[in-house]
Design a protein around this ligand. Structure first.
Ligand code: HEM
Length: 428
């Protein structure tokens, strides 16, 4: 059995923003020398090899998604935020992503009735239209800040509309989503945590009114589908459960897709040969999307809790330890992908990445995210020629985050393509 604290090499600290920004060398060292690395700063066990990540995700008995009892104690700030939420709104129930079978199976079945491929396919014309409207907003300027002008609003407006808000409500929705994500993105003071909780409460009260409205008069959006997702022999979801599920859909579906859009374009800008290949052969679109999710996974890692002492790659992980499955490291494992650090949109096993997770918690929104990415890059390549960065990105290009990889900004220039058809077919 290996003691990871005596790793044969020094592993750079994941608390260093420069390492979070460009962690790939650290992943390489970890996969090779200490594939389960105990972070000295907080005792978290980070699992980095492809096969190990999959086996942790498949072992629901010994690796629980329910964080209660995990090695981390909630901070004073998160306790203060939870108390504010409980006092003025709805305490969040433990649903879906933070549950194990059979509880998870129950929620997943309900969500499965809501997030159907048919429902997403019906959304595609609206997503295409939104992509073109966003491009219309900046195409004449010859330049834009892609994260602010496209990558944030596209998924934001898509979810917003599904929640019964219209595109004009997007700034309000973004404020809510930012508040919900704040504690996962950075360390908050008690005052900041309470301030963010107050904003989240505004979202909760809005959603509560929308739930009630649809209980009485069903509509054809996602909220209504959730409210009525139970079968005739099942109890309807409670307000606490509905609030928690919406929280997961908003936090799970917004910045993840923003990060994927920004990273996808940044990869094309840094690899003009691959961009030319994609322009010449749009049938490569799906493989390009998989390859960019693989090489720079938008959700770098998520948590599990060890329910008993368990050995992974020769390392003993104790009961209740917090374990991070690092998708981003697994997706560059040489044992799985040849020449894994090369961005190759024709890679034949690109789709075997695990950027959407693996096993029973596999991303519910993967089909929607893929549809947004396909529509977005089809529209971008059809309407914007001569794409280039207008200036080098910050030395630290990403926002600091332990889980996600949001780019701070992506300032680009382009020329408007002569064919500005908004009806280019999106490959399915
Ligand atoms: C490129 C974009 C996205 C990426 C990379 C991504 C990634 C992931 C990953 C890695 C998981 C696994 C969680 C786990 O094992 O604990 C997950 C689950 C989930 N995702 Fe996504 N996601 C994306 C987009 C979306 C969208 C658009 C939605 C919804 C609107 C969404 C909603 C969810 C939900 C609700 C879960 C929890 C599923 C469960 O626990 O059964 N995601 N996602």
């Amino acid at each position: 059995m290996t003691d990871t604290t005596t790793s044969p090499v020094d592993i750079p600290s994941f608390f260093d923003p420069a390492v979070q920004d460009d962690p790939f060398e650290a992943y390489e060292l970890m996969r090779e020398h200490c594939p389960v690395h105990r972070l000295p700063e907080n005792g978290l066990y980070m699992v980095t090899r492809y096969d190990d990540v999959k086996s942790v995700l498949s072992d629901r008995e010994r690796f629980s998604s329910n964080p209660v009892g995990a090695g981390f104690r909630p901070s004073e700030a998160s306790r203060a935020a939870a108390a504010t939420m409980a006092e003025k709104g709805w305490k969040r129930a433990q649903t879906l992503q933070r549950t194990d079978p059979p509880v998870h199976t129950h929620y997943r079945r309900l969500l499965g009735r809501v997030f159907t491929i048919k429902r997403v396919n019906e959304l595609v014309p609206r997503i295409e239209q939104l992509c073109h409207e966003l491009i219309d907003g900046f195409v004449e300027r010859g330049k834009c800040e892609f994260v602010r002008d496209f990558a944030l609003p596209l998924p934001g407006i898509v979810i917003c509309e599904q929640l019964g808000l219209d595109a004009a409500d997007y700034p309000r929705f973004k404020r809510w989503a930012d508040a919900m994500l704040a504690s996962a993105q950075r360390v908050l003071t008690v005052e900041e945590a309470i301030e963010q909780a107050e904003i989240e409460l505004e979202a909760q009260h809005h959603l509560a009114r929308e739930f009630e409205r649809r209980r009485e008069a069903p509509t054809d959006d996602l909220i209504s589908a959730l409210v009525h997702a139970h079968g005739t022999d099942e109890e309807p979801l409670t307000m606490e459960e509905l609030q928690d599920l919406m929280h997961q859909l908003i936090t799970g579906g917004f910045e993840t897709t923003t990060a994927a859009l920004g990273t996808g374009l940044w990869l094309l800008l840094r690899h003009p040969d691959q961009m030319a290949k994609l322009r010449a052969n749009p049938d490569l679109m799906n493989n390009f999307i998989d390859e960019s999710l693989r090489i720079d996974s938008p959700v770098a890692g998520l948590w599990r809790r060890a329910t008993c002492p368990v050995e992974v790659a020769g390392v003993e992980i104790p009961t209740d330890a917090a374990v991070m499955v690092r998708y981003a490291a697994a997706n560059r494992d040489h044992a799985k992908f040849d020449d894994p650090n090369t961005f190759d949109i024709e890679r034949d096993n690109a789709s075997e990445h695990i950027a959407f997770g693996w096993g029973n918690h596999l991303c519910v929104g993967a089909w929607l995210a893929r549809a947004e990415l396909r529509c977005a890059f089809t529209a971008i390549l059809a309407r914007l020629d001569d794409l280039a960065l207008t200036q080098p990105l910050d030395e630290i290009a990403h926002e600091f985050s332990f889980m996600l990889r949001p780019l701070k900004e992506l300032p680009i220039s382009f020329t408007a393509a002569s064919t500005t058809s908004t009806t280019d077919e999106v490959p399915q």
